[in-house]
Design a protein around this ligand. Structure first.
Ligand SMILES: Cc1cc2nc3c(=O)[nH]c(=O)nc-3n(C[C@H](O)[C@H](O)[C@H](O)COP(=O)(O)O)c2cc1C
Length: 357
């Protein structure tokens, strides 16, 4: 049976399947390969400066003439108070010392040298580049940006991790909502409450479906026909897969990171604020443990900026103790091969699946 929903036409894709935006891991090549499988590719732009965003958008367009979505971080930037500055310096000293003890010599940036930017410049660039599908996480776009995108006919996809967030996105005119289950790898997209909602993916999706009218995408723990069938039964019109593609040929993870990930066990997958200051799901390591014990974590994006050089040095030295490897709870999702082949296999599995409890 051909797997289709109303979303196929809306997004211009053959199958209601989306390659998750994964900042630092997904690539223009991955987005193009996803399109080859008939899915929607996503280009993760995170909080990159506009010039780099333009380059990546143009590179993706050069690789594929199919539609793809661009994804940005719509985050609130906390004021850099004297208290925050003092805490930053304390955390910097702690991390530098910890790294030194494990043979990583590095000087992290002093707080006054940080360049912390919002997403407005990215919005202008996406408008200028006439991006057709824009998705975002960590918050909601401001009303003026939403209006500008609407005037240009851009399709907007917001991310929610609670019913309350879904209602906010719907009320502000967002076209589609990506319901991010608790299982999902990477950062939680939460933005509404100080403490992140801990509701499980099944409960969340079913309740969001009951309360909003816009079409829903579900992300979190999808890796085969039975997980896809469960999310579709609960109201998802499209499915977004991230962790399933971490080991793909087009993934930006290095060979040592893929090898480490392929050996991970259930207990290794945790939720941690240690690398970025926002909760993210990924592999436990020496750094996540040490930071949790120290209690030293700054709000996003300060912690993220502080640890950037550490993460980079750890990658160069193939030091799994200090790299951030984001991954979801469905460990069975780890696959190798091309993105196209992995997605083709999933589509084939879904189309040939018959639910027979
Ligand atoms: C390595 C990694 C990076 C991610 N980066 C982003 C991102 O830049 N933007 C975003 O909206 N979601 C991001 N996510 C979340 C995914 O879009 C998606 O919600 C998640 O991967 C789905 O769950 P799964 O990993 O179980 O498939 C990331 C996930 C991973 C694993």
């Amino acid at each position: 049976m051909k797997w289709t929903t109303e979303i196929n036409q809306l997004l211009g894709i053959a199958y209601p399947l989306i390659q998750a935006p994964m900042f630092g891991v997904s690539t223009p090549e991955m987005a193009a390969a996803a399109a080859q499988a008939g899915a929607l590719g996503s280009l993760a732009l995170g909080d990159l400066p506009a010039a780099q965003c333009r380059e990546l958008i143009r590179k993706t367009r050069a690789l594929s003439d199919q539609a793809f979505s661009v994804n940005i971080f719509v985050h609130h930037i906390p004021e850099c108070t004297d208290e925050l500055k003092a805490r930053y310096t304390q955390t910097k000293i702690f991390i530098e010392e910890l790294a030194r003890q494990h043979k990583l010599e590095l000087d992290l940036p002093p707080v006054d040298t940080l360049v912390v930017t919002g997403y407005r410049e990215q919005v202008d660039l996406l408008l200028e580049e006439q991006c057709k599908i824009v998705s975002f996480t960590f918050g909601n776009l401001d009303a003026a940006s939403i209006l500008k995108f609407k005037e240009q006919g851009t399709l907007l996809i917001g991310t929610c991790t609670s019913v309350a967030e879904a209602l906010i996105l719907e009320a502000s005119g967002i076209d589609l909502i990506c319901v991010q289950g608790w299982e999902a790898g990477g950062h939680r997209g939460s933005f509404e409450a100080d403490n992140i909602p801990e509701i499980g993916g099944l409960s969340l999706l079913a309740q969001v479906y009951d309360q909003v009218k816009v079409p829903l995408i579900y992300a979190g723990g999808i890796y085969d026909a039975k997980t896809a069938c469960a999310a579709s039964s609960l109201g998802a019109q499209a499915l977004q897969v991230g962790s399933l593609l971490l080991g793909a040929q087009e993934s930006n993870l290095q060979a040592f990171e893929k090898a480490h990930l392929s050996k991970a066990r259930e207990a290794d997958i945790i939720l941690t604020k240690s690398f970025s200051g926002r909760y993210a799901r990924g592999l436990r390591n020496l750094f996540t443990e040490a930071l949790a014990q120290s209690g030293l974590t700054l709000p996003y994006p300060y912690q993220n900026k502080l640890t950037a050089a550490l993460r980079q040095a750890a990658k160069e030295n193939e030091q799994t103790d200090f790299v951030s490897i984001w991954a979801g709870q469905s460990l069975a999702a780890y696959r190798e091969g091309t993105t196209t082949a992995i997605l083709n296999a999933l589509i084939n599995d879904i189309e040939n699946y018959s639910w027979n409890p």
